[in-house]
Design a binder for this molecule. Structure first.
Ligand code: GMT
Length: 378
C-alpha cells in the first residue's frame, strides 16, 4: 500500500443513507490499511466494535441550564479539534454540509495545525434543508471552505452547480454496496414465514416514512395490482407517515394484506426475501434501498426522479415512472410478479449491475484518490 492516511470521518450515526455510506466507507478504508477515526454523537448503527484501524470517538454533550438545548455543533467542533490534534489527522471527511462540514472548517481553524476538509453532499442537506435561505448561505460557505466536494450522483452535482455558487471542484462518487452482505443467499424461509403466507408473493417498501418517500403511492399501487397470485405488502421501517399509511390501508380495506415490521437492524435479511421492491420517492439523490434490492437480486419499481436513473437500468433491472403514477407502477409490479422468469431475469441483472457498477472496493479507491488529490493541493 502507498503511505497510510489518517482520516477523520464525521457523520450522522442514525439509520439512514448518509450514515450508512460513511460507515461502510470507514470500514473499507480500514480494510485497505488506513487509520480511520469516526466522529459522531453515538456509534453508527452499522459500526461494529473492535475493528482493526477504526476508532470511534463519541461527541460528548455540553448541556447547561443557561442554554435552551445541548450545544451539539460546538461539542462536535471541539471533538474534531481534539481528535485531529491527538491523532494528527491528514484529512477530515464531512458527510453533510450542515452542520458537519461547517464544524470541520471551524475545527481546522482552531486546531494547532490546519487540515483539509472533503465534504460529501448526500442530497437532503442541499435539496431539502438547504432550501431555507439562511441555511443556504451557510451551506454555500461550508461547501466553498472544503478543499474538495464529492457527491453521490451526476444529478446531484448538476443541482449543486445550478443552485449554489460553488467555487470548488465536485467529484461524483456513486454510492456502493458490499454484494457479500446484500445477497440473495440471505433468503430464509423462517424469516419469510414471519412476513407472509407460503403462497403469497412479497412486495416490499423500505424507508423512514417521511413525506418525500411518497408512501401513499406505495399503498395506491398495491391496491391496484392485478396479479393472479396473492401478494402481501411488507412495509419495513418507521417514521412520521406510518399512522397515515395504516389509516389509508384501513380505508381501502386491505390492512389484513399488509405487514408492518417497524425499524429493523439487518435490513438485508428482509430485502432478500422480497419478490419486488417499490420506492416512489419524490426526491432521491441516489436511493440506497434500490441498490440494496438490486444486490439481493430483487427487481425494483420506482420513481424516475433525480439520481435514480443513474442507479437502475430501465427495463433491465426494473421499471421507473413519475412519482404520482401509481397505475403504471401497479401494472409493472403485476407484470413482474405474474411471471417468475421475468422476476428472475430482472433480479439477476440488478445483482450484476450492483456488482459491476457499484463495487465497494472500487468506490473506496475513488475516495482515496480524492483524499490524495486534496492533500497534493493543500
Ligand atoms: O433519504 C433519506 O431519507 C436519508 C438521506 C440521508 O441523508 O441519509 O438519504 C440521502 O443520502 C443517501 C446516501 O447518499 C441517498 O441514497 C439518498 O437518496 C439521499 N436522500 C435524498 O436525496 C432525499
Amino acid at each position: 500500500m502507498m503511505n497510510k492516511l489518517r482520516i477523520g470521518i464525521v457523520c450522522h450515526p442514525s439509520i439512514g443513507g448518509s450514515g450508512l455510506v460513511a460507515t461502510q466507507l470507514g470500514l473499507g478504508l480500514a480494510k485497505f490499511g488506513h487509520e480511520v477515526h469516526i466522529i459522531a454523537h453515538k456509534r453508527p448503527f452499522k459500526l461494529p466494535e473492535d475493528i482493526e484501524n477504526v476508532v470511534f470517538h463519541c461527541v460528548d454533550e455540553v448541556n447547561y441550564p443557561l442554554f435552551e438545548g445541548p450545544l451539539h455543533t460546538y461539542s462536535l467542533t471541539a471533538k474534531i479539534v481534539e481528535v485531529a490534534e491527538e491523532y494528527q489527522l491528514d484529512i477530515v471527511h464531512a458527510h453533510y454540509a450542515i452542520p458537519h462540514s461547517l464544524c470541520a472548517h471551524l475545527a481546522s481553524n482552531i486546531a494547532r495545525y490546519p487540515f483539509p476538509i472533503v465534504t460529501t453532499i448526500h442530497g437532503t442537506d442541499v435539496t431539502i434543508v438547504g432550501q431555507d435561505d439562511a441555511i443556504k448561505r451557510l451551506n454555500t460557505f461550508s461547501m466553498n471552505q472544503s478543499a474538495l466536494l464529492t457527491t453521490v450522483s451526476e444529478f446531484q452535482r448538476q443541482y449543486m452547480l445550478q443552485e449554489f455558487d460553488i467555487q470548488q471542484p465536485i467529484n461524483v462518487v456513486h454510492n456502493f454496496i458490499d454484494a457479500d452482505d446484500f445477497t440473495p443467499a440471505l433468503q430464509d424461509e423462517t424469516l419469510r414465514a414471519t412476513l407472509a403466507q407460503d403462497d403469497e408473493k412479497i412486495l416490499m417498501h423500505v424507508s423512514n416514512f417521511r413525506p418525500l418517500k411518497n408512501t401513499s403511492t406505495v399503498v395506491d399501487a398495491f391496491s391496484q395490482l392485478t396479479c393472479s397470485e396473492p401478494v402481501r405488502l411488507v412495509l419495513v421501517g418507521d417514521g412520521p407517515d406510518i399512522g397515515k399509511i395504516k389509516q389509508q390501508c384501513q380505508q381501502l380495506n386491505i390492512l389484513d394484506r399488509v405487514t408492518f415490521t417497524g425499524s429493523v437492524n439487518k435490513v438485508e435479511r428482509y430485502i432478500a426475501n422480497a419478490d419486488c421492491l417499490i420506492q416512489p420517492s419524490f426526491r432521491e439523490s441516489f436511493c440506497m434501498v434500490i441498490l440494496e434490492a438490486m444486490s439481493c437480486a430483487v427487481p425494483t419499481v420506482s420513481s424516475n426522479v433525480d439520481g435514480i436513473p443513474e442507479v437502475v437500468d430501465e427495463g433491465v433491472t426494473g421499471y421507473s415512472f413519475p412519482p404520482e403514477n401509481s397505475t403504471s407502477m401497479a401494472a409493472a409490479i403485476s407484470h413482474i410478479l405474474s411471471d417468475s422468469s421475468i422476476q428472475q431475469r430482472l433480479g439477476q441483472a440488478g445483482r450484476e449491475r450492483a456488482i459491476t457498477h457499484f463495487n465497494c472496493d472500487n468506490k473506496i479507491k475513488q475516495y482515496v484518490d480524492c483524499y490524495r488529490q486534496t492533500l497534493a493541493r493543500f
